[in-house]
Design a protein around this ligand. Structure first.
Ligand SMILES: C[S@@+](CC[C@H](N)C(=O)[O-])C[C@H]1O[C@@H](n2cnc3c(N)ncnc32)[C@H](O)[C@@H]1O
Length: 220
């Protein structure tokens, strides 16, 4: 199995944040939103927090399909968050999406949420338990959780094949970010061990695409 190579925690240089915000993540973001809609079906609307919300695309997509939910997007990168602010304003969703500049684990909002979600944050964190402990701290009773991230392939050759399959025409800066992220990602067995260590129960791990894992459910 290929060893994990961590990448820097923040990706907040102005040009890196802009390249990320302009990239087309519509396919994985739609997948994330569709799976969350299935998860919340038959649940009362409430308040949701998106950890490491980046440029805010998932918050905006969710706000549009879940009109009764209120959303908080939290991110530690000031440049990323300012891109999110512009996107939320352009979408005219400022009244339903609050954006918070804060860094896990030390700057968590002091309230509990009905849903905690996160996409592609875990592989950036130097210490993965920071995410799982933040989920536990922020979760109200019966909280819904949905966390998705890349899955580390077995070999560098498989990494290159995935980059070619999904980012053939992307700018080199994004192809590089994607390659580094696949090297920094965790495997399903590593995720299972992390959530067992964190004592999080009620969550199911799956592979919703050739390059992602997804953890979903209602916290027990
Ligand atoms: C790869 S981006 C993912 C953005 C977004 N969730 C998406 O799906 O497009 C990872 C984000 O996590 C943020 N981040 C990294 N470490 C963080 C921390 N300790 N606390 C909060 N945000 C963090 C970065 O600033 C960056 O915006």
């Amino acid at each position: 199995m290929m060893k994990r190579t961590p990448e820097p925690e923040l990706m907040d240089a102005p040009e890196q944040a802009r390249a990320y915000a302009e990239a087309d993540f519509s396919e994985p973001n739609r997948l994330f939103v569709n799976l969350f809609r299935e998860l919340v079906e038959n649940t009362e609307a409430g308040q949701l927090i998106d950890l490491g919300c980046g440029p805010g695309d998932i918050c905006i997509r969710l706000a549009r399909v879940l009109p009764d939910w209120r959303l908080v997007g939290l991110d530690a990168g000031p440049n990323m968050l300012s891109l999110a602010q512009t996107a939320v304003k352009n979408a005219e969703l400022q009244s339903r999406i609050d954006l918070v500049l804060a860094r896990l684990p030390d700057e968590l909002p002091g309230k509990r949420f009905d849903a905690v979600i996160s996409n592609s944050l875990l592989h950036h964190l130097p210490e993965p338990m920071v995410l799982w402990e933040s989920v536990r701290t922020l979760a109200g009773p019966g909280c819904l959780v949905q966390v998705m991230d890349l899955h580390r392939p077995d070999t560098p050759k498989e990494v290159d094949a995935i980059v070619d399959a999904h980012a053939a025409d992307a700018p080199e800066v994004l192809r590089n970010d994607f390659r580094n992220s696949l090297h920094a990602a965790y495997t399903c067995s590593e995720i299972q061990a992390q959530i067992d260590d964190a004592g999080l129960s009620g969550l199911t791990l799956s592979r919703p695409s050739d390059r992602h894992w997804m953890l979903q459910g209602k916290l027990g």
